[in-house]
Design a protein around this ligand. Structure first.
Ligand code: ADP
Ligand code: MG
Length: 256
């Protein structure tokens, strides 16, 4: 289905918010994703865990087409991203992404970092963009940093600004790729608290993380990936608490 052709309300009114079917991705001769099938319902929080190099980032990047799948289909909100005729920019606007590195513009203030993409991509006027920026800085607890420059903020504050920047675009889905992995341990909690808030508010979230406490407490489902395949997919109690595969047990034992 092509986004824009029908009213937004009619797109994906039912069915999963994110759907991945038979996804394969190769870099040259190296097959990194070897047939991934995954459905994430609206408002669901799914944590993706697994060893380094297992394909977690590549999977996330295929879900917003930062990487082009070699084979298979990806749907977000009922729209097929892998359809050659899709308006990819329109679909991407529904998907927020937060990376390990915050990628803020160092020469812009916090507010300017939040208003620039709204004005460029969504064509919002200055007043509207500033209002949305202020609301989202408030949500992540950083209203008082509106005029600060990124370099004056801690890593945790910069990551919360990056989340607020994503939220300012009004996404239906948020993808997080190890959002706390670059942070000093004492700064991790504030970022996870913002993610918990989003989960509580009903945001559909796909979170690659090594934070098992977060996965246990916040995720509806945990997906364990190894070597380009999904090995286990179930509740946190099942996948983390009593994994059925030796590979999962081995991975979890090394985290402790
Ligand atoms: P993870 O996030 O689980 O650590 P990645 O998805 O980053 O795993 O990487 C999976 C595999 O794909 C790794 O072997 C990595 O070297 C390879 N890979 C990732 N991106 C590229 C790329 N752009 N070009 C070539 N190989 C890549
Ligand atoms: Mg990764």
């Amino acid at each position: 289905m092509t986004v824009g052709a029908s009213s937004p309300e009619s797109v994906g009114a039912s069915g999963p918010e994110i759907e991945v079917r038979g996804l394969r991705k190769s870099f040259g001769a190296h097959e990194v994703l070897k047939g991934i099938d995954l459905e994430i319902g609206r408002g669901e929080v799914v944590c993706v865990i697994g060893p380094s190099g297992s394909g977690k980032s590549t999977l996330l990047r295929c879900v917003n087409l930062l990487e082009e799948p070699t084979k298979g289909q990806v749907f977000v909100g009922g729209a097929e991203l892998t359809d050659p005729d899709v308006d990819i920019d329109a679909v991407r606007r529904r998907i927020g992404m937060v990376f390990q590195q915050f990628n803020l513009f160092p020469h812009l203030t916090v507010t300017e970092n939040l208003t620039l993409p709204q004005r460029r991509v969504l064509k919002r006027d200055k007043a509207k963009a500033a209002k949305v920026a202020a609301e989202n800085l408030e949500r992540v607890g950083l209203a008082e940093k509106a005029d600060a420059y990124p370099a004056s903020l801690s890593g945790g504050q910069q990551q919360r600004v990056a989340i607020a920047r994503s939220l300012s675009m009004g996404p239906e889905v948020m993808l997080f790729d190890e959002p706390t992995s670059a942070l000093d341990p004492e700064l991790v909690g504030d970022v996870l608290a913002v993610m918990r808030m989003l989960a509580r508010e009903g945001m559909t979230m796909m979170v690659v993380t090594h934070e098992m406490t977060f996965a246990r407490e916040v995720a509806d489902r945990v997906v364990f990936m190894d070597d380009g395949v999904i090995v286990e997919d179930g509740t946190p109690a099942r996948v983390i608490g009593s994994p059925s595969h030796e590979r999962t047990r081995h991975f979890l034992s090394r985290l402790l």
